[in-house]
Ligand binder design. Structure first.
Ligand SMILES: [Zn+2]
Length: 310
């Protein structure tokens, strides 16, 4: 809808000095012009928006997304799809389209990104410097493409399910959209930010996160980077097939099952991950300076503490 140019009511509400009849029609004219000028008096009607591509359906309304956002979102989603397909293999990608629903500006009373009971991904729009609408698109698509796997094997109640699900989704997001400007790295290098978190004494042991998935959201500034980093280490040290056979396990993902895949105890793997991460930090010139603005920008976010939160 194009906005009409508007002269403003003051230009047309001339003094009505030619009798009551004229005053009446002049007032009517002012009302008509106010209506035509739209804006505060009569908002444009909200209409549904939909886009379809080979693997996605994007749904929203004109109140919650622009046509340009719908186009950009579905285009980016197809790019992520192709990259995820290459990462996990076609046999792990379900048939059928993923629905993505754009919900408008982020509100603190609801989750900024989530998968609903039917498997549709919901996204909120953040400020541009916090990732905009699509900072978490790759992460949510990674979840959505696992929806049939979840149900086929009823993985929800499995030991370590929450840890593995969130860790793997963020691992995928870093791999397919490394420049993403959204949570939890906001465009900063994941290894540097995660290592710096440990250096600041704000790490949560991997085993604690496996055992206490209830820490996921309250400690999200720690849990999301730390778990994804663990998967990055597993891929590098044990190979992608090890990552995939853990993430797409067809038997319960107990600690023992993960250890069987790795051929190492989790205690060993966790300790080796920490060494790997600190070596990467040490190998990055100016790592502390790179991390500094991130930790300044998000200095007021809640951080969980050993002895209080676990
Ligand atoms: Zn997630």
């Amino acid at each position: 809808m194009s906005k009409r140019s508007c002269a403003g009511p003051s230009r047309v509400s001339r003094p009505a000095n030619k009798g009551s009849n004229m005053r009446g029609s002049s007032a009517f004219l002012v009302l008509l012009l106010l209506a035509a000028c739209g804006g505060s008096t009569e908002p444009e009607p909200v209409v549904p928006l939909e886009r379809q591509s080979e693997h996605f359906v994007f749904e929203s309304t004109s109140a919650e997304a622009t046509a340009a956002e719908m186009d950009a979102g579905i285009q980016l989603a197809e790019q992520h799809y192709a990259a995820i397909l290459a990462l996990v293999g076609a046999n792990r990608i379900p048939a059928g389209k993923v629905t993505v629903i754009l919900e408008g500006d982020f509100r603190p009373d609801r989750s900024g990104g989530y998968i609903d009971a039917e498997g549709a991904a919901h996204l909120s729009r953040y400020r541009a410097d916090l990732g905009g609408y699509f900072g978490s698109l790759a992460h949510e698509i990674a979840h959505a493409l696992r929806y049939t796997y979840w149900h086929r094997f009823n993985v929800g109640p499995w030991e370590n399910f929450g840890y593995l699900e969130e860790g793997f989704a963020e691992f995928v997001a870093i791999a397919v959209h490394p420049e993403k400007a959204g949570f939890p790295f906001y465009g900063y290098p994941p290894d540097v930010i995660t290592a710096e978190r440990l250096i600041r004494g704000e790490g949560i042991p991997q085993q604690v996160m496996r055992d206490r998935h209830d820490l996921n959201t309250p400690c999200e500034w720690q849990t999301y980077p730390l778990r994804a980093s663990w998967f990055r280490y597993i891929e590098e040290e044990y190979g992608r097939e090890a990552v995939l056979s853990i993430a797409y396990s067809e038997v319960q993902t107990t600690d023992e099952r993960i250890e069987a895949v790795l051929g190492a105890t989790l205690e060993q793997a966790d300790a080796a991950w920490e060494q790997w991460l600190s070596a990467r930090y040490a190998a990055t010139p100016g790592a502390a300076e790179i991390a500094q603005p991130y930790f300044e920008k998000f200095a007021n976010e809640p951080i969980c503490v050993e002895g209080e939160d676990w």
